[in-house]
Design a protein around this ligand. Structure first.
Ligand SMILES: [Zn+2]
Length: 266
């Protein structure tokens, strides 16, 4: 029996790509030091938020899940043939504590299925981070998904990789660090798989294309069975396979998500 985790926390920094290498990001650096990761995690094409978050939470590419920004801003996600990882966990664990804290609220409204009992919250990154840390300590969630949006907003305003963008990225890194501290304060660090990643990067003041700066994102995971300083090869759409494997619940037979070799020692 493979070792499992009581808790998985997946933190996505919208539009962060791999730009962390250009500024001070002690929290992300800590994930790489204490866990395994890569700077060449391929996201979905086109490199747009709904397409990529959809792949990260559903485990299939955009041509299969069909989500676009205008669709998630308008419609609830009803596709039972391709469920999100939230639905898969709920089907295995009726009592699981599930939550999605997304600054960009269409993720909560248009990707996370309704009626699953997933705790939903939205707000600016700083305020959201405060509430996430409280939630972790009070509820000790089985699966918590986080989306921070300030970095992508800065990219659109000032340019991806620009000085102002990098300042905002450093601030978001601080939020990631706070979340990791909250996991320790909650007393669940030994039993938590922490994942940090991004949905896409950016080029100039936009994204959606297939340049390396748009399509490759960082990915790093820390947990008791994850090698320290290890390198893994994966795509964003593989992330749900990691989540279900860590929690010991069943994945979807028809998804493309594959567990990366070497991420878990057992
Ligand atoms: Zn995005």
């Amino acid at each position: 029996m493979a070792h499992t985790y009581g808790h998985v926390i997946l933190v996505g920094i919208d539009g962060a790509g791999c730009f962390y290498k250009k500024t001070d990001t002690p929290a992300i650096d800590g994930f790489f030091r204490d866990g395994s990761g890569t700077d060449r995690c391929l996201t979905s094409l086109p490199t747009i938020s709904a397409e990529c978050w959809g792949s990260m939470l559903i485990g299939v590419p955009p041509e299969v899940h069909g989500l676009t920004n205008s669709i998630v801003e308008r419609d609830p996600y009803l596709n039972k043939e391709h469920p999100t990882v939230f639905r898969l966990i709920r089907e295995s664990r009726p009592d699981a504590v599930l939550a999605s804290f997304s600054n960009w609220s269409p993720i909560n409204a248009g990707i996370v299925e309704r009626g699953l009992g997933v705790y939903l919250d939205t707000g600016d990154d700083g305020a959201l981070c405060e509430r996430i840390c409280s939630y972790i300590k009070e509820e000790k969630p089985d699966f918590l998904f986080v989306q921070f949006d300030s970095v992508d907003t800065a990219g659109h305003s000032y340019g991806y990789g620009s000085e102002k963008y990098l300042e905002v990225l450093a601030t978001a890194d601080g939020y990631l660090g706070r979340i990791r501290e909250a996991v320790e304060e909650a007393g669940i660090a030994d039993d938590t798989l922490l994942i940090a990643t991004a949905d896409h990067g950016g080029f100039g003041q936009s994204h959606g294309g297939d340049t390396d700066a748009e399509k490759f994102v960082f990915f790093a995971a820390v947990g008791k069975t994850v090698p320290k300083g290890g390198t893994v090869e994966l795509e964003v759409k593989d992330i749900p396979a990691i989540v279900v494997r860590a929690l010991g619940v069943k994945g979807a037979g028809n998804w493309d998500a594959r567990l990366p070799d070497g991420l878990f020692t057992e």
